[in-house]
Write a new protein. Structure first.
Lengths: 318, 318
DNA sequence: ATGAAAGCGCTAACAG
DNA sequence: CTGTTAGCGCTTTCAT
């Protein structure tokens, strides 16, 4: 169980640690027969280099910290994390997972010395928490959450996907579009992109308390009462709730009403009919992170990536 | 960026490393004023102990390796991994992620020295791969996949959940139950549990090539043609496909036919109507793993945990 | 071509 | 009460 070390191999072979090391790494200046001897011994005793010790010595790390929240709620975070994990591994790094639920400081302390980069999918809760980060000898990469100038930040532009959805709906001939969500901010944005519209297209807003399935269901009555022929939900979960409402009231999608969601939860592809939705730039985010980790830029990277509309059968054909 | 070390603190304070160390760990036999001095300095220079170095020295690890497969296909694996991560973190460990897609040996080599335990949700592909494990100085915990006597194993008993589903269906008055899946083995089991049944209940089997959504959809015609009043699918994904088929053909669930799936994918709760399904013992698995990791038993732990039926509205009320 | 030795940051046995 | 020191497993500089 204990594992063979370089030193043991040295004793076994009667050579010095240095020579053993040389032989194993196939470096020059080793007598062929000694090289063979060492390699034979290594195989025989199943020598496996202790990477932790090596990294310690070289002050190098093959581990990247990943801080996530609850991973409940929107599935989008989950997708981003999963994709990041995949690419990190592909690039020869291993993701070390932590939660922003407990004490971030505590987690970072526990990671001190094992990671150079920490990716966070949630903003540290308090302003002090942000200050804490400065104490740690590693770089932070914030994804889709605010971050101050000192840290890397990968932002997600939600607006462009939403705008694409509205364009798609109006192009499909929808004339009464309801936006359903919780966010005053987003409402403002929607008002902005719809304000220039002509051709007798009407826009309305239905506000819900939360962005969950039951809220989408509950909003169903108001949406249908408004005479809408299309509805955009701030989350796929709300759209799912609306699907339920439609199912219960024999409302046909998209014949009676077109529906678009947001987040590209895996459900959306599977619903009858498949839900059109705005997807996060999951792959691009992961790429950007891997690039930062591998290239280790001096200055904080700050980029913005766009959401896109995934059109499926829940939007009627123009 | 470089981080303050004990040694630096020693120089700064004019004391020895030992004393600094003592002061910081609040151990006895340190003069109060020196203790204060050291603590002040530590705060001032933002000393954070290098846990990697400490663990290295103490040959102790706060990191647990987690090997997963693609994480595509059944969501059950995903759930298990997510739950494990949560509990591991709760217990003061950090999960280090790897994939069984590439070379497991390579991953284990890269982890040598940083983990004592490796949890695997997939069987190493080849027999040689299993042999390889013996070379590594760490314990393996296999979840829901075969493992030889040397390793810990947490098995999942699928049969009991399936049996519960059949019991529930017959209790609800179903008289023609179709089992739909890909597995010859599971079919054998179903034949077994249904063979003793009386009261004019008929059982049939519809085989599909794959366990995916489209296969469930494709099986719809055969299932309905058979006159079934209940259908059990080997995966929730197939059940989802069947839901689609039902939706397209105006078949009402559960009025026309009761449906049960397997895996408890998150979709199932959300489908109209919510799908009854057999759930894996996700929490129990995670518990068992954490227990092994924290207690480090000498002998290989080998336990079996039961699946359970989650009854939802897709089964008609008796 | 080979080896001695320092040192990464930390712990702890052992002396004073 | 405090300091000296060895050593975890590895890399690498500098002698030989």
């Amino acid at each position: 169980m204990a594992g063979v070390t370089l030193k043991k191999l040295a004793e076994l072979s009667g050579l010095s640690v240095r020579t053993v090391n040389r032989a194993l790494k196939d470096q020059r200046d080793v007598a062929p027969e000694k090289r063979e001897l060492v390699r034979r011994l290594a195989r025989q005793y199943k020598y496996i280099p202790n990477i932790a010790a090596r990294n310690f010595r070289l002050r190098r790390k093959n581990i990247v910290g990943v801080l996530t929240g609850d991973r409940t709620g929107s599935e989008a975070d989950l997708q981003k994390v999963a994709e990041l994990e995949r690419r990190l591994i592909g690039a020869g790094y291993y993701p070390l997972l932590g939660s922003t639920r407990g004490s971030v400081r505590h987690t970072l302390e526990a990671w001190n010395g094992t990671v150079d980069f920490v990716v966070s999918f949630r903003h540290p809760q308090t302003p002090e928490a942000l200050e804490v980060l400065a104490d740690f000898p590693c770089s932070f990469i914030f994804v889709d959450c605010p971050a101050d100038e000192r840290h890397h930040r990968i932002a997600v532009n939600r607006e462009c996907g939403i705008a694409a959805a509205y364009r798609c709906l109006t192009d499909a001939g929808c004339r009464r579009i309801v936006h359903c969500g919780t966010s005053g901010l987003r409402r403002k944005f929607v008002e902005h992109i719809t304000s220039g519209r002509q051709g007798g297209i009407e826009f309305a807003y239905v506000r819900t308390e939360h962005p969950e399935i039951e809220d989408g269901f509950a909003a169903g009555a108001a949406i249908m009462r408004s005479g809408a022929d299309a509805v955009f939900f701030d989350t796929d979960r709300m759209a799912v709730g609306f699907y339920r409402y439609a199912w219960a009231h024999r409302i046909r999608i998209p014949d009676d009403i077109s529906v678009v969601g947001f987040d590209d939860d895996s459900v959306s592809e599977v619903l009858p009919p498949p839900l059109s939705t705005v997807a996060h730039p999951v792959a691009e985010i992961a790429d950007a992170i891997v690039k930062i980790v591998t290239s280790g830029p001096e200055d904080p990277v700050r980029i913005t990536l766009d959401t896109v509309l995934v059109r499926r059968d829940s939007i009627r054909r123009g």
